[in-house]
Write a protein that binds this ligand. Structure first.
Ligand code: MG
Length: 339
């Protein structure tokens, strides 16, 4: 009894340290550069001292660490693979990473809610994701809300069939059918489908909560955890209208690629907050074309939504933006292939 009291007293004195990141071992890029064979740089965050990084895991023989923290792919007698799973440890903690041979399309075309308009697939269905992949889009975008019992589901509006997603249990939501016959997809199912291929990126939109900021942050943590569980970091760009959601993503994963959607923050501030890009409505860039120049000057990527008009597509292609989000990926791909 005395020992128990002493233990409880000691436990009460231990300061509670919040988990600031998913892991203290972080990697800033997950793709093998085809020319240099470099993958990225390893970082130790929220820890002091000089780490000695070591490789473990099934794929370790295909990699080496140079200069203490630079991760490189190396050729072995084994056939090259699409993906390699490695573990990096600093002796105390370790992190698992899935490294990909870079086969992602580079054509600027982001299918908005998947490729749905001309394919017959329902928007935000796994079918619409598969159509975007089959078309050869650089990315396929989708939207996430969270059920009352904290399960993330894929849907654009906060409601489906007059049911508010945030106020409904996952058991009820999982029974809902989309017009194309699919069940309302969970994030888990969507990511499982997304990481079966290596050519189309997943553009993950975390929706603000209709109930509270706490739920928005809780959803963000669920989404980042799911992406780590599926080892999907190499595939994923995060986007949101809620600036605090994006800051939470960066708190958990400081090297995640995040882009802000609302269009009310200038590129200088976005860069200062260590975001990867801006993803603004086409009207914002037409009113403030100087933000295109400012974004490029700040090394931010530029995405624009939702561009369905052929003349507007041409204007943004002339501006040399990085990505164009569209309901007409077929048309934009045709334009890109002509250019
Ligand atoms: Mg969206």
């Amino acid at each position: 009894m005395k020992n128990l009291m002493l233990y409880l007293l000691l436990m009460a004195c231990v300061p509670v340290v919040a988990q600031e990141t998913v892991s203290s071992v972080q990697l800033d890029s997950y793709l093998i550069d085809s020319a240099t064979k470099k993958v990225g740089t390893l970082h130790l965050v929220n820890k002091t001292g000089n780490p000695v990084f070591q490789l473990k895991g099934a794929g370790r023989k295909s990699f080496e660490i140079r200069n203490g923290n630079e991760l490189y792919w190396k050729k072995t007698k084994q056939p090259d693979r699409n993906a390699y799973d490695i573990t990096v440890t600093d002796g105390a903690t370790s992190a698992d990473f899935r490294i990909l041979k870079n086969q992602f399309h580079r054509n600027k075309v982001i299918a908005h809610r998947g490729a749905f308009k001309n394919t017959g697939a329902t928007e935000n269905s796994i079918g619409s994701l598969k159509h975007a992949i089959a078309l050869g889009c650089e990315g396929s975008e989708f939207d996430i809300h969270m059920s009352s019992d904290s399960v993330p589901f894929i849907h654009h509006d906060p409601t489906i069939d007059s049911i508010t997603i945030e106020k409904t249990s996952s058991a009820t939501l999982a029974k809902l059918k989309l017009p194309n016959g699919e069940f309302l997809p969970t994030l888990d199912a969507y990511l499982a489908a997304g990481v079966k291929q290596y050519t189309t990126k997943l553009i993950v939109e975390i929706k603000p909560s209709v109930i509270s900021k706490e739920r928005a942050i809780a959803l963000t943590r669920k989404v980042v955890a799911a992406i780590y569980k599926h080892k999907a970091q190499a595939w994923v760009d995060y986007i949101s209208f809620d600036y605090e959601i994006l800051k939470e993503v960066l708190r958990l994963d400081p090297y995640a690629r995040v882009a802000y959607l609302r269009g009310d923050v200038d590129p200088g501030k976005i860069a200062a907050d260590k975001m990867f890009g801006i993803d603004y409505n086409s009207g914002v860039f037409q009113k403030k074309p100087e933000w295109i120049t400012a974004a490029k000057k700040n090394n931010l990527t530029i995405n624009v939504w939702t561009v369905n008009d052929p003349a507007l597509m041409d204007w943004f292609l002339q501006q040399q933006v990085d990505f164009i989000t569209t309901n007409e990926p077929e048309l934009l791909l045709k334009k890109i292939n002509v250019h």
